[in-house]
Write a protein that binds this ligand. Structure first.
Ligand SMILES: [Zn+2]
Length: 304
């Protein structure tokens, strides 16, 4: 959670400094891309698609003194007298570039110019190198990101007028992005049986609510709700997966009646497959964030 929050804060910082650029209609910024190549996934923090070049960004939100060390291909972070090693961000971002190039070749969009940047988003970070001979021109502070992108654009505009290819790539990247849904089972070893089921009271957080005469009733505070099952289903999709059957719904919402369960499923207009007695429903969720985001920047990540 802490790691994810730091990453998210870094992205917000980056977004803030890209405000001017992101208003350009020819530019698109994608965060947290997750793509598959040869049955394996690779992730990209941020990708800026411009008409002439694709800029791959690795965002580092790290406090303290951050020393790049090419001898051992590592980065050392010193914070409050404690030292910690990380992988070298330049090696990391170059690896992602190779993976993206391979992916694009597989998608039949080769010869697209890609360049990389490591963006340090924590203003208090001191960036250092182990030896004075080490030089990394693509490691920058977030304050300078916009200026750097503009100069990259000028440079690539002369070299590669690859407008069409980049357009094609951007459409494909959005289509092929597979968001990471991290189930607690896989990450923390929490089994399905340990997850507390039921509809939660929106007033007092009590579990479970009781279904009575077409609404949900809380036995603790007496609160009533018509659609408290919606957030229960959102929880279900994040904890257990986005496929659900009538039987699974009854178990999760503590419902006896198959008919009531069917009514609820039908009221939500979920896409489904299968025949009458064996229907699988797919829980879809549209967050407000996705629809109200004003800039061209989009968050692919479902959980913050
Ligand atoms: Zn309650």
């Amino acid at each position: 959670m802490a790691k994810r929050k730091a990453g998210y804060r870094g992205e917000l910082q980056l977004d803030y400094h890209l405000k001017f650029i992101s208003q350009d209609k020819n530019m698109m910024i994608l965060h947290d891309l997750r793509l598959e190549i040869d049955d394996r996934y690779f992730q990209i923090d941020s990708l800026i698609l411009t008409p002439y070049v694709v800029i791959l960004l690795e965002v580092k939100h790290i406090a303290g003194i951050y020393t790049l060390d090419s001898r051992f291909d590592q980065a050392i972070r010193k914070f409050e007298d404690k030292e910690e090693a990380f992988s070298h961000p330049v090696t990391q971002v170059e690896r992602q570039k190779k993976q993206l190039l391979r992916w694009l070749t597989k998608m039949k969009i080769p010869s697209i110019p890609i360049t990389t940047l490591v963006v340090m988003t924590n203003r208090s970070t001191v960036i250092n190198t182990f030896s004075p001979h080490e030089k990394y021109t693509n490691v920058i502070r977030v304050e300078n990101v916009e200026e750097r992108i503009l100069s990259l654009l000028t440079a690539y505009r002369k070299e590669h007028p690859s407008f069409k290819q980049v357009r094609k790539a951007s459409a494909l990247l959005v289509k092929k992005h597979e968001p990471l849904i991290a189930f607690p089972e896989e990450i923390y070893g929490i089994s399905r049986e340990e997850i507390i089921t039921g509809v939660q009271c929106p007033e007092c957080r009590h579990l479970p609510m009781l279904r009575k005469y077409g609404h949900w009733q809380c036995l603790k505070c007496g609160g009533k709700s018509k659609n408290a099952h919606k957030s229960a289903l959102l929880d279900y999709s994040l904890l257990l997966g986005d496929e659900i059957t009538n039987k699974q719904l009854r178990k999760f919402l503590h419902l006896e009646s198959r008919k009531t369960a069917l009514k609820i499923l039908q009221s939500m207009n979920l896409p489904s497959t299968g025949t009458t007695n064996n229907i699988t429903y797919y829980i879809t969720h549209h967050t407000d964030e996705q629809t109200s985001h004003q800039s061209n920047s989009s968050y692919a990540k479902p959980i913050h």
